[in-house]
Every structure is written in structure tokens, then in C-alpha cells.
Design a protein around this ligand. Sequence first.
Ligand code: EPZ
Length: 420
Amino acid sequence: MDSFSIKGGVPLHGEVTISGSKNAALPIMAAALLTDEPCVIRRVPDLSDTRFMVKILESLGATATFTDGTLTIHAKKIRGYADYELVRKMRGSICIAGPLLARLKKARVSLPGGCIIGARPINLHLKGFAALGARIEIAGGYVDASAKKLVGASVFLGGRAGPTVLGTANVMMAATLGEGLTVIESAACEPEVVDLAEFLNAMGARITGAGSPTITITGVAKLHGAEHEVIADRIEAATFLIAAGATDGEVTLKGTRPEHLRAVIDKLNEAGVAVERRGANLVVRRKGKLKSADITTLPYAGFPTDVQAQMMSLLTLAPGISIITERIFEARFMHVSELARLGADIEIEGPSAIVKGGRPLSGAPVMASDLRASAALVIAGLAAKGTTQVNRIYHLDRGYERMDLKLRKLGARIERVEEK
Ligand code: EPZ
């Protein structure tokens, strides 16, 4: 398994171009299953997750070509039964269920199972499918959803931690080919849901209200092929903003959507990191000393859970006490013990981590446990004195396109150490 070797202490300087969003691309790729015509999707990041989704679409019978960020998917003839092992391995692939159910009136997919950051059930996805008239059976590790026809309905999709992003996406896609009107209440408002709705409307769907807690879908008989450019990855952008602040550098991020980053920019400002907007570019640098700040992760437009770990790395450098509370996933503090290896002082109290910041970090071998935890370890390694080795970076490759190259272009001393 590859690792990163990072010699820390170098302030990042220069420009970085932000890639397309992984979490927008995955459901948009699945949506191409809704039509038998070709779909062209641009700015798709080249990641192990998007390549994995291509494999899943091909296992269903679709063809796909992926060159320089442009993906052409043609789901001319497909089957409603996805390979167990493929779906089981990548949670995000659960969003093929809605399109298969809509187009074929049947879908058989393996249960995604839990993940290291939480139990992550799909009860709300299934609640939505059942509201549209689907029969749901769970057996042998599979979910079988089937219906003679899907009929529009009103469904409340709020759960333990509020709305569900992929649940909203799945039910919205299922309802596009249903009969009549569907209203999703307590829908997720994430920009990735809005981007998906825009793609679906380009395919001929009739969706309004995406981006608000109430989404309305008027079913249509058929959808056609379409072209779409995926939005910028706000989580990748947040990661680079934080890396610049943690290393006391000055970086220009190109091709971002600043309006998707308000909660992050607000907290960075509070912590002593200034982010200036210049059109679609953001310029980030520290303004004086870092300061402690309290963070609570919330559904969009609140502070994103996918930036919690990276922000913790920054706050370990800020003198004073910062309290970070994780409200979305019940086990998303795997990075805490690894940051402690680098000298950070963090205590976990229930859903909160109490960071006693200001102590300089020093390099050490650490282990990545999940996608965003690995990004946090890379940021801490960039800020630490000496050499940090981040192991198991396959986690990082799932969600960051050529992160080591982008960081090296900003002056970082980072090397990918390929396993022999
Ligand atoms: C999406 O996951 C993202 N993944 C996650 O990003 C992100 O952390 C999450 O949304 C929250 O913003 C993709 O888009 C591929 P949820 P999703 O359903 O949709 C509970 C990353 O790092 N819940 O919004 O799977 C659930 O357990 C990844 O890129 C139910 O209880 O997340 C969680 O506590 C990690 N029942 C909360 O809701 C359900 O049926 C939010 O989960 C569904 C969810």
C-alpha cells in the first residue's frame, strides 16, 4: 500500500486548480442509467471512486469512456442486478438503486453495510422507495426493490442526524419516471443535490425546489441523453484552504464555487485565516496569529462533516481550547489518535473533541483510516517539523485527484512512496 512521505515546515505558495466534485459526480453518473441515450459528463475527477463507479455501471451493461475528465456513459440496455462485491465495496454506489427502480421497476443491490465513520443505514432511502409504491425485501445481504409502477407521493426524509444526501438523490431519481407528483420533505440541501437535479432536468425531468428542504418532482414518461459539467469540489477546496492556513502560506484556488464554502470560510476567518474572493478564485493567507474556534458539524449550509478532520489539524496549531462536535456521524474521530502521534493534545468527550492547541507538531509515521482523516494527516504533516509518513493513502486516492502533485506545485516536500 502506497504512502506519503512529507517533510514539513514549508509554507505553501502559488496556485491550485480545484477538480470536479466526487460527491456530485457519483450520483450524476448513476443518473445516466435513467435513459437509453448517451450522456456526456465533464469535469469528472479521476479518482478510484469514480473509476469504481464506471466498473459498476459496466457490470450493469452500460458502456463508458473516460478521457481527460470527460465521461460518456451509454446505458442502452441494462439489467437491474448489480455485482454484490462491487457495490458492497463502495457505499456511494447505493445511488444506482433509484435509477434502476425508476427505469426497470426493479433493483437488486447489496446492502452497503457500515463504515468506519458510522453505521450508515439506508432506511430512509428504502422509506422513500416504499412511499412511491415499491416492495422492499432484504435477504442474503441484498435489497430487492420492485414495483409494477411507481406513483408520486409525499415523503419525509429527515432522520437521526437530519436529512440524507444520497437518500434525497436516490428518491429524487426514482420519482423522475413515476406517475404524478412527488414531494420530498426534509430533503438535503447540499450543492451536490442541486447539481444532480440540474442534470436530471437537462435529461427532461421536471424537478423544482432542489437546494431547499422541499423538492417537488413531476414524473415524466421518458428521459433523454444530456450533457453536464460537474460542480467544483467544495471539500477539496476547503482542504487546500486549510492546508495553506496550517502552513502559514499564501495560495490562490482556481475554479471554485465560493458560495458553497461560506460556513468553512466563516470558521477559517474566526481562526485567523483570511479568505478573499476574486471571482471564481479564492486567495487564502493567515491574518496574524491562529486563534482557537469551536466547530459543530451540521447538514448544509452548516459546517460540513467532511471538513471536520482537516479543521481539527489546523486547530491543533491554534493556542487555546477548541471544541469540535461531530453531529452527523457517530464515529468520525479516527484521526484523533493519529494526530496525537504528531504531538497534538486532544481529548474526546462524547460527540466532542477538546483540542488544546498551540503545541508545535513533530513528524512521525501515522495511519490513514478513512478519506477525510487521511487529508487531515497530510495537513498536519505539512505543518509539522521533520518527516511524517502517512500510510494507507489509498483512502486519500478515493477522493483527491493527484493531491501529491498539486501540493508539490505549491512547494510542499511530499513524495508518494509506492509499495514494492
Ligand atoms: C454523503 O454521504 C457523502 N457521500 C458523505 O461524504 C458525506 O459525509 C455525507 O453525505 C454527509 O454530508 C457521498 O456523497 C458519496 P447521509 P451519505 O445519508 O449520503 C444517517 C466523503 O468524505 N442516515 O447524508 O451516505 C447517516 O447514518 C463522504 O466524501 C440514516 O440514518 O450521508 C448519517 O448519520 C463521507 N438513514 C446521516 O444520516 C439513512 O437512510 C447523514 O448521512 C441515510 C442516512
